[in-house]
Ligand binder design. Sequence first.
Ligand SMILES: [Zn+2]
Length: 349
Amino acid sequence: MTQLTIRTPDDWHLHLRDGAMLAGVLPHSSADFARAIIMPNLVPPVVTTAQAEAYRQRILAALPEGHDFTPLMVLYLTEGTEADDVEAGFRSGLVKAVKLYPAGATTNSHGGVRDFSKVTAVLERMAEIGLPLCVHGEVTDPDVDIFDREAVFLEKVLDPLRRRIPGLRVVLEHVTTRNGIEYVRSQEKDLAATITVHHLMINRNAIFAGGIRPHYYCLPVAKREEHRLALREAATSGDARFFLGTDSAPHVDPAKECGCGCAGIYTAPNAMACLAHVFEEEGALDKLEAFASLNGPAFYRLPPNEGQLVLEKREEPVPVPDKVVTGDGTVTVFDPMVPVRWTVAARRS
Ligand SMILES: [Zn+2]
C-alpha cells in the first residue's frame, strides 16, 4: 500500500504554549489535526473557565488562514479549584476535561495538587456530570526512582483515587509502561490512556546514544524496550481504550541544550508520518484510524471528524525540517532515528 486515507485525526494531549511560541507551533498541529485537548500548564496556569475562554481566543487568533482546528479546553486542577466553576465551564461546552498534575511532576506543574482530600469535591462533581479527568500519572516523591514513578502512581494514587470516586472518568495521559497498559486493560469502564508518538518510537537508550541527547528527554521519561513494545501492542490493537495524545511539547533550543534542560519532545510536524511508520511496522495500518481518529472522540463523547487525512508512502525517506522557527527562538523537531517514508499528502474537509 502506498496511500492510506483516514478520518481527520485529533490530538488528545497537546502543548501549544502562548504568545510567540503559540503562533510558531500551532500551524504544525492545525495542519493535520482537526481538534486537540489543550494542556493548561501555562504561566500562570489555566485554572478557571474565564481563563480557558481567554486562552481559547488567543489560540483561535493565532490560527493560520484556512486551517480548520478546534481547541478543546482543559482546566488545571488546583487545591483552590471550585466545583461550580468547573461545572459551568462544562455546561457551556467550553471545558472538555480537567487536568491533574501532581505538584512538581513536570513543566510548570508547581501549582498542582499536593493534598488530594482538597480536590475531592471537584472530582465528585466531575464524576456526576461525566467530565473526564486527565492525569499526569507519576508520583513526585524523590525517593522513587524516576523510571518507576508511573508504576508507583498507579498503585499508590490512581487506583485508590478511582475507588474513592466511582464513576470518575479518567484518562491516564502519555502512558509509558507495561504496568500502565495492564492497569487500563484490567478496568472495565471509565478509564482510557493516551500514547505519544515518541514513546512508540524510542526507548530510554535514545537519551544516552553516544552522549546525552536532550531532545529525547521528556516526562514521563522513556522506559526500557519491553515497555515500548507493550505500548506498540496496545496502540495497534484496536482496543478503544487507547488513543493518540502526542504530548508535543515545544521548548526553545537553549532551554533544552543546557546544564538543566527542560522535559518535552516536539513532534507536531511529523507525528502522523511517524505514526503511519509505526503502524506499518506492526502490520496494523488498518488500526491507525481507530487509534488516531475514532477511539478518542468515543471516549470524550464527541463525534469523529467528517474530513479525511491522506497519508502516502514514498520511495525515499521524506525529509522533515530539523527545526521550527518561532518568535521565541528555534525548536528542534523530533528525530525518530529511523528513515520515515510516510508523509501527509492531503487533508480534505
Ligand atoms: Zn504533556
